[in-house]
Structures are given as structure tokens and as C-alpha cells.
Ligand binder design. Structure first.
Ligand code: SF4
Ligand code: SF4
Length: 385
């Protein structure tokens, strides 16, 4: 059964605006009806790195603070957290809290997560990850709220509520999963598995200032001016994809959810409460078109060969802009495939080793690593336009 998606204008992050808009969008879907006094609620934000809120890479602190206030008013105990890329330690994650400006949530009585232990999960029903390591702070909660940011994403086309749950995996373990599941279909199924395992009771998307271009960390803020919320992360992601001009086939997580009978087939199946078309951005600068090219191999030797040829001809790839690179070696250190070596203090990518995970692009502190289309990929993009 599909869940409705609430849509409410939110033109800025000022306290009054956020207060009215968040209350309205949650009222539309009865989003906080589940909250009971004494309940422990974990708010899984997107705190991908220590970028300030004006960069539009992280869930805005004004929204997180308002949500915490609303939950505490209903008698809940609230913990906000995430596992950013990088080492999952108190020192690093607390630096991210500070950089992302989320320390303000403690003014409401909510806490920032300070439990950095990890646990192993057995999940035999999973499609991709039947055993995995996750951040143990989530076990403290009776319910999880997924509060994401709408952004372009080098590997997945879009990151929204479903992809946000990859932050339940400890930072240093994420590259290992990229390496174990280099195929985009298998990787997208990890996100769906995590959504099914953790089952957030509510998902909210911050699309007040979304991120376009070289996302999810080095793109440009794009003012969209809207909040969306749903009790179903798949319906929410379908609505957010439509908002920025993507379809189910463009976003592999939505595609996999649909194929598993969990998500909607198209935007027309989503029950929208509010005017989504009013906020739709026709010229959103999308990072990649590879969702529609397909990374999925067909069975057999010829299927694999065909997949490899399509990938080399059309797939987007990381490319360093040497003038913007400061030679910090972060990309070399994070690359799960060990495809990067530094030559004269600039990264060189071994294309045969590269698994197109875009970790190097996501964690480059200068945005020097870009998502680049091949010549044929650019032609395809032009034709599609
Ligand atoms: S992470 Fe970015 S700035 Fe650092 S070496 Fe790699 S490309 Fe250059
Ligand atoms: S070079 Fe970049 S995209 Fe390729 S495997 Fe390494 S981190 Fe991933």
C-alpha cells in the first residue's frame, strides 16, 4: 500500500518559516501521530561531511532543530546522528557536527549521538547484504526518522531518503561495500535492504536549498523552496526525483524498490498532498545520466561483455581538474579499488581498476574531482534533451 507525500512551501531557513512549514507538511500526512511520551527517537540526518549549511550538502540545522522541538514537545527523547564518510570516531564526527552547524539542536533538549560503537547484523531476507556492520546508536531508538537532503549524486544520480540510510554503515566500512558491490544494481539494493531493515517510520526531505551539479558534496545550492514528507521513503524519493526532473529508471534505488514490489512505478502512482508541479525544476543540473544507460549485466558471457562495452562507451567517470586540486591525497586514501596514484602531487586514475563508485568525487575537499561524461555519453545526453 502506498503512503501519501506531503508537500509544503518553505522559502528559507528562518525560524518562523521553518516552524510553520514543518508543522504543515507533517500535518498533511499525520507524520507525528506515532510519537508517544517516553519514546526514544533517532533522527538520521544527512551529515555527509563538515560542510557549513550554506553549501547545501547536509540537512539544514534549522529544520533539525525544529523537528527536535516538535518531538520533545510530544514527550519524546531525541537523538540526532549520522556516520559521515571518514573514520567513525567521536573526534571526527563531533567535528562534523560543529562544521554542519547542528550543535544548536541541543538547545531543544535533544542530544547529538555520542555512541560510536558498531554492531553486526544478520539479515537473511536481504537481496544484497545478508550480513553487515552498522552504527549501534540506532539500537537505542524505538523509532527512526530519516531527515535527508535532496542532492545530485555521482554514482546514484540522486540522493534522498533511501540513499541517506547508507549512513547507518560506519564511515570507514562504506568503501568496503563499494568494492564488494561494484555493480550499481547490487549497490542500490544495499540501500533498499537498509531501508527494509531499519524501517524509518517517517522520512522528510529538505529541498529548500537542494544541491545540483557536482553532488553530493561539491555541487551548487539550488533554491527549490519546498519540504516533502512521507511515511514511505520510496514514495518520497519518487516525488523528489520528479521534482528535479528524474524518473524511476534514472534512480537505481527507486528502480530496485519498484522491482521488489516496494516502491511506486511512476510519479502518477504517488498520492501527492500539495502542488508538486509548482516547485518542479525543469533545468536542474543533473550530475549523471547513467541510470538510463544501465550498468546491469545481462546473464552469460555475452551479456557481461555487452555490459562492459556499454559502460566504457557511456558511463560517467571521475576526472580531476588539476588546477583545482591541492594534492591532499584524500581521493587516493578513500578509493576502495586502489585505482588512484599520485603523480607530481596530482591524482592519476587507473581506468581498468576504477569501479565508478565516485567516493573520490564525494570526499574531495576542493570539489576538484568531477563527474565526467564520455564523448558518447555527452551525445546521448544532448539527444535526450
Ligand atoms: S581529494 Fe581532491 S584535492 Fe585532494 S588530491 Fe584528490 S582531487 Fe586533489
Ligand atoms: S577512482 Fe574514484 S570512482 Fe574510481 S574506484 Fe576509485 S574512488 Fe571510486
Amino acid at each position: 500500500m502506498r503512503e501519501p507525500v506531503g508537500i509544503t512551501e518553505c522559502d528559507n531557513y528562518e525560524e518562523q518559516t521553518v516552524h510553520a512549514a514543518l508543522a504543515d507538511v507533517l500535518d498533511k500526512i499525520h507524520g507525528l501521530d506515532f510519537v508517544k511520551p517516553g519514546m526514544k527517537i533517532a533522527v538520521k540526518a544527512n551529515l555527509v561531511s563538515m560542510l557549513s549549511p550554506d553549501k547545501a550538502a547536509t540537512t539544514h540545522p534549522a529544520l533539525l532543530k525544529e523537528l527536535c522541538r516538535m518531538l520533545i514537545e510530544r514527550g519524546a527523547e531525541v537523538i540526532v546522528g549520522d556516520s559521515p564518510g571518514g573514520i567513525y570516531t567521536a573526534a571526527y564526527v563531533k567535528a562534523v557536527y560543529k562544521g554542519a552547524g547542528v550543535e544548536c539542536i541541543t538547545e531543544t533538549g535533544a542530544r547529538l549521538n555520542d555512541d560510536f560503537t558498531v554492531r553486526e547484523a544478520d539479515y537473511p531476507e536481504a537481496v544484497s547484504i545478508k550480513k553487515f556492520t552498522y552504527t549501534a546508536w540506532l539500537d537505542q531508538a524505538d523509532a527512526i526518522i530519516d531527515f535527508c537532503k535532496v542532492k545530485t549524486h555521482g554514482m546514484m544520480s540522486m540522493t534522498c531518503s533511501v540513499k541517506n540510510l547508507f549512513g547507518t554503515i560506519p564511515g570507514a566500512t562504506k568503501p568496503e561495500y563499494h568494492m564488494r558491490f561494484p555493480n550499481i544494481k547490487a549497490f542500490a539494493n544495499i540501500m533498499v535492504d537498509l531501508n527494509e531493515y531499519f524501517r524509518p517510520v517517517l522520512s522528510i526531505a529538505d529541498a529548500v536549498d537542494a544541491m545540483e551539479g557536482n553532488g553530493p558534496t561539491a555541487g551548487k545550492p539550488r533554491h527549490v523552496g519546498v519540504l516533502l514528507a512521507s511515511r514511505c521513503s520510496y514514495d518520497l524519493d519518487m516525488a523528489c526525483a520528479h521534482l528535479i526532473g528524474l524518473t524511476r529508471q534514472d534512480v537505481q534505488t527507486i528502480e530496485e524498490a519498484y522491482e521488489r514490489g516496494l516502491g511506486p512505478e511512476s510519479i502518477s502512482e504517488v498520492q501527492l498532498i500539495g502542488n508538486l508541479e509548482k516547485y518542479r525544476v525543469d533545468d536542474f543540473d543533473l550530475v549523471a545520466e547513467h541510470g538510463s544507460v544501465t550498468f546491469t549485466d545481462e546473464p552469460g558471457v555475452f551479456g557481461k561483455l555487452k555490459g562492459a562495452l556499454i559502460r566504457s562507451a557511456f558511463a560517467t567517470r571521475p576526472q580531476v581538474k588539476k588546477a583545482e586540486c591541492i594534492g591532499c591525497r584524500k581521493c587516493e586514501q578513500i578509493c576502495p579499488a586502489h585505482a588512484i596514484t599520485m603523480v607530481k602531487q596530482k591524482p592519476e586514475i587507473d581506468r581498468d581498476r576504477c569501479i565508478h563508485c565516485f567516493c573520490c568525487q564525494e570526499f574531495c575537499p576542493k570539489g576538484a574531482m568531477k563527474v565526467q561524461h564520455t564523448f558518447l555519453g555527452r551525445m546521448l545526453k544532448l539527444l535526450k534533451k
